[in-house]
Design a protein around this ligand. Sequence first.
Ligand code: BGC
Length: 373
Amino acid sequence: MRSKTLALVAAGLGTALALSACGANQAAPSNEGGSDTASGGGGIPVGVILPETATSARWEGFDKPMLDAAMRAKGLDPDIQNAQGDVQKFSTLADGMISQGVKVLVIASINSEVGTTVAAKAKARGIPTIDYDRLNLGGSSDYYVSFDNVKVGELQGQGLADALKDKPGAQVIEIEGAPTDNNATLFYEGQQKVLKPLYDSGALKLVQSQKIDNWDNQKGGTTFEQILTGNGGKVDGVVAANDGLAGAVITVLRKNGLAGTVPVTGQDATVDGLMAVLRGDQYMTVFKPIKEEAENTAELAALLAKGDTAAADALAKQTSEDPEGDRQVKSVLLEPKLTTKDTVKDVVTAGYVKAADICGGDLAATCAELGIS
Ligand code: BGC
């Protein structure tokens, strides 16, 4: 198994193949198979476990390369793996990293249950953990790095409210994230800050709000379709909690001849999401500068690896509430940005996507008009 992995890496066939080839080889050295860059031999070993690939293009497209670069710049030697939505795999990856002797473990959990179990195991071995992007409720990580996730929801709510401001009584369907992801709860909370008063006043009408287990994009699409059918094919606006769910919703809208006329929200500024925004099928996305999230995590990890908790505390000046554990977790919470057609350019300028990735074919003229090149 190991030689197969090495052969694939040597052949330059890419990390995805290498990852699947070494899935069972958890005892492999920390620099094998996970991160894109081979270890130079130096650096403090740090483990990172990402949750999935299918729920959002962000995890492999942004988080993985950005964490890898940021951690190497801080003198760390990261082993970055993805649990592919499998809680058992998440645990096994963590066990492997702990026994390899990582100095810090960074976890973006599939759910709080597995995240909490993993953090407790690491703690028992004296390994500090950082909750990355998703807070593990009832967990024991001393630090959390993420975005202001209530604000993310507010931006989504505001985006939809703006898009529907001239349509009194507009009918809204909400396709929400996973009930087991605390972020999804916070996104919903933020959305409702804006939308609930509008529902209450009758300015907008809520048809139905539905949480989608595991952020399953496909299930998001079928659920949306059922709600739409149940409402006689009528919808004026859709809250979709991320770009993946938005894409599934737009596919259904297109099938019904409604794509481009019904505003849909999103999040993550993925390539597909940005293209849908440019095309007018998606009204907005939320751009979360993941490079900053990765850099703050790398800095915290480097400080914790050295045992410098005073400097780590100075960096993580904010707090996040863990209602289950009844505690405040020291946090770095970054600012999300509302992105509509007019501001897609900013995501390109910031270097998250290349103009060439989003401006092909039918979008060339739109990009030219918006000065995206
Ligand atoms: C992240 C989002 C992501 C979603 C699905 C959330 O916890 O904050 O950026 O779209 O998970 O992966």
